[in-house]
Design a protein around this ligand. Structure first.
Ligand SMILES: Nc1ncnc2c1ncn2[C@@H]1O[C@H](COP(=O)(O)OP(=O)(O)OP(=O)(O)O)[C@@H](O)[C@H]1O
Ligand SMILES: [Mg+2]
Length: 387
């Protein structure tokens, strides 16, 4: 931080040097002491100091000076630097001029000339202390203001989050309610096959709600810093195969061919096994969810010097540049819509990104409208882990 300045203004050089000595006696070399012999010089000095970002704690000005009186000068300085504390020295106490200075320059005190040393020193010390106190109060007020702004933003986010979550839970819940009412009211006249069909609808909707709640809990854990990832040496090949197996049934229904390409028998990464599962599950389920019927999805795994990379490549409708910019944000449902009535909460990729980052990995996407989308996810190779 720059030194803080104290300025003394008097047209009598002898008084100026005794003011300087007094201030040096009180504060030693802690402050930059500047002197001016008239109002114009004092204003120029203040302007220069402020331009150099040097704060002015105190201006002590004589009242009677040629051209510009002390009250006018202090009023001017007050406009330039409202925080600066101002003291006026008066030969004879002129009530009007002191009144003006108090009103327009926020005068702190006036000191009669000749001053008593003890009184003078005490007043100057108190004036500088009051400046420093004000500085601290302003700093705290700034911090409070910033905290307040971020709290308001957090509260808005939370409200938006709750609004979307409540809305997304309401739809499947009201469907469940309607179907359950149908069974309760018409059970006697319903064939067993219809009861099973409706029960399956109930089951699907409750799965949808369950998944949303699981995602919301994940988001909450991520945002409150309670995510538990235990990194260790993991061969991720079986995990990739497991996730692919898990999604092949759904892909088959859509006549989509899932193909896996790998060169090695082992891909040892420094990761958390369950988290890798969750990440790949999200990316592969998206590829199946957003691919039209009858297309191919290729999943490749490869090693580089420091990372293991998985690519999930689909032949879906692709994402525009604008959509790509919005990817990985909370509650982002973009232009591509599920092709087989799957549900979509817009949380999967947000969670994926946070989980990948927590394991010091990377995730990104390349996409071309009409051609398809590739999601890439990289995990640190075991041995090259970032600690
Ligand atoms: N492979 C893909 N091809 C085309 N669009 C995609 C693909 N993956 C994601 N998207 C687009 O990105 C949006 C966000 O995906 P994200 O996985 O975050 O949410 P979601 O799939 O809508 O819901 P969920 O929370 O159930 O995952 C999707 O709504 C979709 O529009
Ligand atoms: Mg998804």
């Amino acid at each position: 931080m720059n030194k803080i300045a104290i300025i003394c203004v008097d047209d009598d050089p002898a008084i100026l040097s005794s003011l300087e000595m007094e201030i040096k006696t009180i504060f030693g070399n802690s402050y930059l002491i500047e002197l001016a012999e008239n109002g114009d010089d004092a204003i120029e000095l203040c302007t220069e100091l402020l331009a150099e970002s040097i704060e002015i704690a105190l201006v002590i000005s004589d009242y009677i000076m040629p051209k510009m009186t002390g009250d006018k000068l202090l009023t001017h300085i007050h406009k330039l630097s409202p925080k600066t504390v101002k003291i006026m020295l008066t030969g004879q106490a002129n009530i009007d001029s002191i009144g003006q200075a108090i009103r327009y320059a926020n005068l702190y005190r006036y000191i009669s000339k000749p001053w008593k040393t003890d009184d003078f020193r005490l007043t100057v010390k108190e004036a500088v202390n009051s400046y420093l106190l004000e500085l601290k109060i302003n700093e705290h007020a700034d911090k409070l203001e910033k905290t307040n702004i971020s709290l308001i933003k957090l509260n808005q986010d939370k409200n938006e989050f709750l609004g979307i979550a409540a809305h997304d839970l309401k739809n499947p819940l009201s469907a469940i309610k309607g179907w359950a009412e149908m069974i309760v009211e018409d059970y006697d006249d319903m064939p067993k096959s219809e009861v099973i069909e409706i029960s399956n609808l109930i089951l699907n909707s409750s799965r949808q709600m369950f998944e949303l709640i699981r995602n919301l809990l994940d988001v909450n854990a991520i945002e409150s810093g309670n995510m538990n990832s235990e990194l260790s040496k993991v061969d991720i090949l079986p995990t990739v195969e497991d996730v692919i197996r898990h999604h092949s049934e759904r892909a088959k229904i859509k006549n989509i061919i899932l193909q896996f390409h790998q060169k090695n028998n082992q891909y040892n990464a420094f990761v958390d096994k369950n988290t890798v599962h969750q990440i790949l599950d999200n990316l592969i389920s998206n590829a199946v969810k957003y691919s039209p019927y009858g297309k191919h999805i290729d999943i490749c795994i490869c090693k580089s010097e420091k990372m293991i990379c998985c690519e999930i490549k689909d032949e879906g409708q692709g994402l525009s540049e604008l959509d790509q910019k919005k990817l990985f944000k909370k509650f982002t449902r973009l232009t591509p819509k599920p092709t087989g009535h799957e549900h979509s909460n817009g949380l999967g990729l947000f969670i994926v990104k946070k989980l990948v980052e927590a394991m010091h990995g990377n995730v990104w996407c390349k996409s071309e409208i009409g051609k398809g989308t590739s999601f890439f996810v990289e995990f640190p190779l075991f041995n090259s882990q970032v600690i």
